[in-house]
Design a protein around this ligand. Structure first.
Ligand code: NCD
Length: 309
């Protein structure tokens, strides 16, 4: 297979196993490119990409921007805080205005679940979802599973536990889809109030005891509590949350084995993970960030090759 089955990257839910294999194959190549002294290829010299961020972002935004620059695309950046959205303009009007300036692809982060899907039905451009509310964050799940494959050789057959605020996390949902598609076993762990009711229907198991979950897994993906998406309290206090669900050195040393530690960032040091664990050798948090650029280059390159102009 040499092309993706989709014209947009809206969620892992819409991808096939072969799509992911193709993205990883291309990411391997781009990873080699970004480690060269000249980290740039002319592949997308004729493509213009708009990065539309209606929600805060550091890593994802910089990572997409770097990926686009390293493919030699032209880019325009937009952030909702300083735009006419504040004057009442609709999403479709905002995007159509940008597209009329001859933009081929849109990378969008938006607080509303489904915003990317909606846009893909109404505008003529290839859409990449860079996070839509608590729904999906497909490129994060791709770079996470790519990083597992890099560290452990394969994703198939690996046991992965996702710990924390599963209810509000787009990283959790996209990771569940990506891990299952690639043949991993998945558990979720966190306070009962932060685990969606029917999560088992996605083929994952629930474990509310962190120690048990860690004893079982090869990889622990530690998530941040998404306070900004909560309108009520889901646990008594941050201190109690940390007491039960924090990954710290003592907990790691109590296991009879080494596990790989992941975190999508931003980290709340001292809450879901302590600094000594986040900075340890078996934490691949910075590898995840580095791989993010190569994986996003692969996604952009493959989607751009499907654009009819
Ligand atoms: C995540 C996000 O924005 O969904 N971060 C990221 O993209 N690297 C996770 C988070 O905000 O906790």
């Amino acid at each position: 297979m040499s092309e993706l089955s989709v014209n947009h990257l809206l969620g892992i839910k819409y991808l096939t196993k072969e799509d992911i294999e193709l993205i990883f194959k291309n990411a391997d190549h781009f990873k080699e490119v970004i480690n060269r002294p000249i980290k740039k290829v002319p592949s997308l010299r004729d493509i213009t990409i708009a990065n539309l961020f209606f929600e805060n972002s550091t890593r994802t935004r910089l990572s997409f921007e770097l990926a686009e620059k390293r493919l030699s695309a032209d880019i325009v950046n937009f952030s909702a805080a300083s735009s006419s959205v504040k004057k009442g303009e609709t999403l479709i009007d905002t995007v159509n205005n940008i597209l009329s300036m001859k933009v081929d692809m849109v990378v969008m982060r938006h607080p509303n679940p489904g915003a990317g899907i909606f846009l893909s039905r109404h505008v003529k451009a290839s859409i990449i979802n860079a996070g839509d509310g608590a729904h999906e964050h497909p490129t994060q799940a791709l770079l996470d599973t790519y990083s597992i494959r890099e560290r452990l050789g394969d994703v198939a057959g690996k046991k992965v536990v996702i710990v924390g605020d599963i209810l509000h996390s787009r990283v959790a949902l996209s990771n569940i889809f990506a891990l299952k598609l690639q043949g991993a076993e998945v558990k979720v762990c966190g306070p009962k109030t932060l685990i969606p009711k029917h999560i088992e229907s996605l083929g994952v198991k629930v474990e509310t005891d962190l120690k048990n979950a860690l004893e079982w897994c090869d990889v622990a993906n530690m998530l941040r509590v998404q306070n900004e998406r909560m309108d009520i309290s889901y646990f008594p206090s941050t201190r109690e949350y940390a007491q039960q669900f924090q990954l710290n050195k003592k907990m790691l040393e109590s296991l009879n084995k080494e596990i790989v530690v992941m975190h999508p960032g931003p980290i709340n040091r001292g809450v879901e993970i302590t600094s000594d664990v986040a900075d340890a050798e078996n934490a691949i948090i910075l590898d995840q960030v580095q791989n993010g650029v190569a994986v996003r280059m692969a996604v952009i390159y493959l989607l751009a090759s499907k654009i009819n102009r």
